[in-house]
Design a binder for this molecule. Structure first.
Ligand SMILES: [Zn+2]
Ligand SMILES: [Zn+2]
Length: 387
């Protein structure tokens, strides 16, 4: 079964919504216009419930099937844009300089709206579908804010599914994997405290620049000597700041960076050893190190049965050969991970074709992918909630 006929017919309308959202990008939790647009559409489709203001600006719509009680399946899209100056040159490019839908969340929102309209018209399933539109995916943990507002328990959601577009993957193809599919993203700040002096009198100083240089090198051994080579880990020192003048040894140096992992035990190891190595190396140089390690989004962990199910649904839409079930994980992070910590489910990638990469100023969501995304959601609903 290829793309659903009705989904193909909807493409132009849904592309219109997508371009409207694209022209009017909003950041983080400040997605008031987008959320209002989504809520208006859901009401006009006749959703049984439309609740706004969840996790500040999130929206949930409930669509009941016409075949009686059953489970509740949650489908999630994200609504926020990025602080980027768009250079796509498209007719529907951002009207707000410095804000752009460079991650395709406009497309995710439009596809889920299209599916909601279809499902509200047909209702050919038992139980209910919850369509979830979240703010602040790009660094603000909007998914967690919505969860903390209790929507998953309130609407008794049993399973959750998410989707993200993937540039370079051909349109009409899907990719996923079981287990860790996107990384946990943590950040750290190390302050190396020494004692400043005249640069010509190093013996009167405790040089934090030399100590921090040793720390940067020593941290490389967490990946190369302490982690199973088959388990992914990134430790990057991304910035180093210290000192003002070429003839002065500074009092302190600040290092910042990120740690990416795909397994909880690797994450624990990295946090523990980063702290020990920074502090121990500082002491070896007579200095001290304060380490501030902040855990960000957790690993996006796909559950086995639901990943198999999601892949089988994608295969119904796109054909067996168009679904890669063994994709390499991304070391980027995704806050749908918080929903997957609460409920079983799966995250899948949908081909965006030969476009610019995500978070690139020239990026634009590919409207040709819309019927595939809509068909995926509809088929997922009608199969998981089959009568
Ligand atoms: Zn993004
Ligand atoms: Zn994204």
């Amino acid at each position: 079964m290829p793309v659903l006929n009705r989904a193909a017919e909807m493409q132009e309308t849904v592309a219109g919504w997508r371009r409207h959202i694209h022209e009017n990008p909003e950041l983080l939790y400040d997605v008031h216009e987008t959320a209002a647009f989504v809520a208006d559409k859901l009401k006009s489709f006749g959703c049984d419930t439309v609740e706004t203001g969840i996790g500040r600006t999130g929206v949930v719509g409930i669509i009941k099937g016409k075949h009686g009680d059953g489970p509740v399946v949650g489908f999630r899209a994200d609504m926020d844009a990025l602080p980027i100056f768009e250079t796509s040159g498209k007719e529907w490019a951002s009207k707000t300089p410095g804000k752009a839908h460079s991650c395709g969340h406009d497309g995710h929102t439009a596809m889920l709206l299209g599916a909601a309209q279809y499902l509200a018209e047909t209702r050919n399933f038992k139980g209910s579908v919850a369509v979830i539109f979240q703010p602040a995916e790009e660094g603000g943990a909007g998914a967690l804010a919505m969860i903390n507002d209790g929507f998953m328990d309130k609407y008794a959601i049993n399973q959750v599914y998410g989707m993200h577009n993937e540039p370079k993957l051909p349109v009409g193809e899907f990719a996923t994997r079981k287990g860790g599919v996107m990384a946990a993203a943590d950040t750290f700040e190390i302050t190396v405290n020494g004692r400043g002096s005249h640069a010509a009198q190093p013996h009167r100083s405790i040089d934090p620049v030399v100590a921090s240089a040793h720390i940067i090198i020593a941290l490389q051994s967490i990946v190369s000597r302490e982690t199973d080579p088959l388990k992914s880990l990134v430790v990057t020192v991304a910035t180093t700041h210290g000192g003002e003048a070429s003839n002065v040894i500074a009092d302190f140096v600040k290092l910042t960076g990120t740690v990416r992992t795909l397994l909880p035990e690797t994450r624990d190891l990295a946090e523990k050893r980063l702290t020990e190595i920074a502090q121990g190396t500082a002491i070896a140089h007579g200095a001290t190190a304060e380490v501030n390690y902040r855990r960000g989004y957790p690993v996006t962990f796909n559950h086995d049965a639901e990943t198999d199910f999601a892949a089988s649904v994608a295969a119904k839409v796109a054909g067996e050969r168009a679904v890669d079930t063994g994709m390499a994980p991304h070391m980027g992070a995704e806050d749908f991970s918080y929903m997957l910590e609460k409920r079983p489910g799966a995250f899948i990638f949908i081909g965006n074709g030969d476009t610019a990469n995500l978070h690139n100023a020239a990026y634009d969501f590919n409207d040709e992918a819309l019927p595939y995304g809509i068909s995926y959601w509809v088929t997922l609903a009608e199969t998981s909630l089959a009568v």
